[in-house]
Design a protein around this ligand. Structure first.
Ligand code: FAD
Length: 376
């Protein structure tokens, strides 16, 4: 048995902890935040995800798929909202049965943390600040001061802004590039109307507007979380709408069905933060005792709805690599990176390409003639 540290108790880290425990490994999971199950989510950062078969396959292997799906809403196609004219439903599969599942990232994380907590040791409010990849020495900042500890194997599952990756770069073993889009995202909320969904909950709603767009995914409380993907600068930028009347006029002209659906439009728009969107690439993903996984290794833009699905699939591939090396942790990370890098680069490129598709091409006549879109 190895002493394994997983840094980051988000989606990839908490799922990885469950897989490692299932293999009988002794695991400590370190998370920067205090226990998120005890707190309220940050305003404008609720993020609901489209969970697809790729991610469900990973959850199934630790018997969590049914529990997660109980909190999810199936979306069997996308509903296009033009500036003028009829709504246009485009099914995701020829038989109209295949679906992607809308789920809150927070709720998904909570299910995974519950599962991880029953099998591994979790230390919340531990922010990794230093790491020596050769010795496995780690330093964490905690409310009670600095904690110095170590592990035989360390996984960096600490997301797009990974401190573990930062330490590999600092030690001169990894190189990274961060490509930010000149676009950001902002959330709005469509509350229930008379206790019911205000839009069809069986679809992922898209307002394609050429150079920008809005999407909306349903939530179990019958609200929708909308996300605006708009430029950070130039025409149509978030900052260009600086007064309540400018916000109201712009939505009335460009998203005319939205103001009646979002009674808190001006407050949401003015108070919710603008998030960054970018692609992280780095190489190698591993050095000494350390291996990166999930967004820490390969964060992508969200337009294919595959970041979390891909992070979950990483865990499955890593587990298969462990099997193929007969449980040898010294060999597993290299095999993992060799098996996985090409696929993650491909999804990074597809995710960028899908932004053009969603904000522009979905409203073209070819889709109205019945082209089907497959999501896996
Ligand atoms: P994270 O979920 O970011 O988890 C990292 C964890 O590490 C966090 O808990 C963090 O607190 C912790 N941490 C950070 N630093 C430290 C530190 N120094 N020490 C200890 N802990 C630390 N994906 C999809 O599959 N489908 C979608 O539809 C989708 N939509 C998205 C929409 C938006 C607007 C965005 C922004 C993302 C979307 N994604 C989607 C992507 C998805 O959210 C990420 O790919 C996924 O969360 C990655 O999981 P992760 O565990 O690698 O990283």
């Amino acid at each position: 048995m190895n002493e394994i540290a997983v840094v980051g108790g988000g989606l990839a880290g908490s799922l990885l902890a469950c897989f490692l425990a299932q293999r009988g490994e002794k695991v400590v999971l370190y998370e920067r935040r205090s226990d998120p199950r005890a707190g309220t989510p940050e305003r404008g950062r609720s993020i609901n995800l489209a969970l697809s078969e790729r991610g469900l396959n990973a959850l199934r292997r630790v018997q969590l798929d049914k529990e997660v799906l109980a909190d999810a809403l199936p979306m069997r196609g996308r509903m296009i909202h033009p500036v003028a004219g009829e709504l246009d439903f485009q099914p995701y599969s020829a038989d109209g049965e295949r679906a992607i599942n809308s789920i809150s990232r927070g709720a998904l994380n909570n299910v995974l943390l519950d599962a991880a907590e029953s099998v591994v040791d979790i230390r919340f409010a531990h922010r990794l600040s230093e790491l020596d990849p050769e010795t496995g020495t780690m330093v964490f900042q905690t409310p009670d001061g600095e904690v110095r500890t170590g592990a035989a194997v360390i996984f960096g599952a600490d997301g797009a802004g990974s401190a573990v990756r930062g330490q590999l770069v600092r030690h001169g073993v990894t190189e990274e590039t961060l490509d930010f889009l000149d676009y950001g995202y902002k959330e709005l909320t469509i509350p229930p109307r008379d206790g019911e969904f205000a839009l069809d909950p069986g679809a992922l709603h898209i307002w394609p507007r050429g150079a920008s767009m809005m999407i909306a995914l349903p939530n179990p409380d019958r609200s929708f979380t909308c996300t605006l993907f708009w430029p950070n600068s130039g025409t149509g930028a978030f900052a260009s709408l600086s007064s309540p009347s400018a916000i109201e006029r712009f939505f009335a002209a460009r998203y005319p069905d939205v103001p009646p659906l979002v009674p808190g439009l001006v407050a949401d728009y003015q108070q919710n933060p603008v998030g960054l969107l970018g692609t992280v690439r780095c190489a190698p993903w591993r050095a000494g005792r350390v291996c990166l996984i999930g967004d820490a290794a390969h964060a992508i833009v969200p337009f294919y709805g595959q970041g979390a699905n891909c992070a979950f699939e990483d865990v499955v591939v890593l587990d298969d690599c462990f099997e193929r090396t007969d449980g040898n942790w010294a060999e597993t990370p290299a095999l993992f990176e060799a098996s996985r890098r090409e696929d993650t680069e491909a999804i990074a490129q597809m995710a960028l390409a899908n932004f053009t598709e969603m904000r522009d091409k979905v409203s073209s006549p070819v889709y109205r003639l019945g082209k089907r879109i497959e999501h896996t």
